[in-house]
Unconditional design. Sequence first.
Length: 372
Amino acid sequence: MKKQLPLEGIRVIEFSHMVMGPTAGLVLADLGAEVIKVEPEGKGDPTRHLKSTGAGFFASFSRNKKSVTLDLATPGGVAAAKKLIATADVFLENFRPGALDAKGFGYEALAKENPGLIYCSMKGFLAGPYEKRTALDEVVQMMSGLAYMTGPAGRPLRAGAPVNDMMGGMFGAIAVLAALRERDRTGKGQHVQSSLFENAAWLVSTHMMQHAVSGLEPEPMSAGKRAWGVYDIFESSDGVPIFIGVVTERQWEIFTRALGEPELLDPAYATNNQRSLVRETLIPLVARLLKKHPIARLEKICEDGGLPFARIQTPSQLFDDPHLNAGGMVELTLPDGTQTKIPALPIQFGDERLGLRLPLPRLGEHNKELLK
């Protein structure tokens, strides 16, 4: 951005690892805060070395940050860390409950030296019977019913991204922003928290209310029960899968007029509520009618008519997505020198998106600058 970033002048110390804590740090860093990632001496953050589905964690969440290495098992490392934290506005951590308190880095200890500190803990659970448990994204997806709603009937399935880790980090950042605003009024810091389980429960709250309103337990999304009559994946005549949604009466009018198929004018399909109740016959009918048309024709119908639609893509295809590449990507250099790009935060200020200020930090790259 050309103008001053919203969080310029805010210093954040990040004691975090894996996804949830680094996500909160990323949000604050992209918004302009000086985020100092404190890593263990030697190998640093474990995500620097993960393989398989964790191979992209460090590159995804570490831009616009500085790296400092400390050995918190030594008095010198502890003293240096506390001196650094004394200069901070925000402290981020996502260690197991009690782990930092035992080392002298709990909120009460740090607030004595820095009363204005916003201390953000990101945990598996907020206060309650489960608060001492260890949690993972997949654990809370199973506990909350999110996996039940995602998978086929009888086969719970985790979502295809670390949704609770990343949203838990987002809620941590939201709590920090609110606490900073409150500090503007009171001059005092505070301890704020976000969590995995409560986040997952919040994600399925619409299904809970569905039960409360209807009196019926929700079925998995894969069962095909939808609030919308046409809301599914279909196939074109040239074999390309495409999702199409028709969610309003105006959209149904546009959809049926464009296809020109008399079968769709049956009074049984007159309203969305009627259509949603007969999906078992409507969806096969729509599938058969759409199968007559090539993908280009179906996309034109949807584009011209303002209907929701999407080809089924893989994450790898997003590197070449024309919309993301029109300003929604951040250019990155990976530790091995590979040039790549990653989606920017999904927010915009006026006409401007948040971009890259600092490349991925080398391990301990900012020790001299920050610890001298």
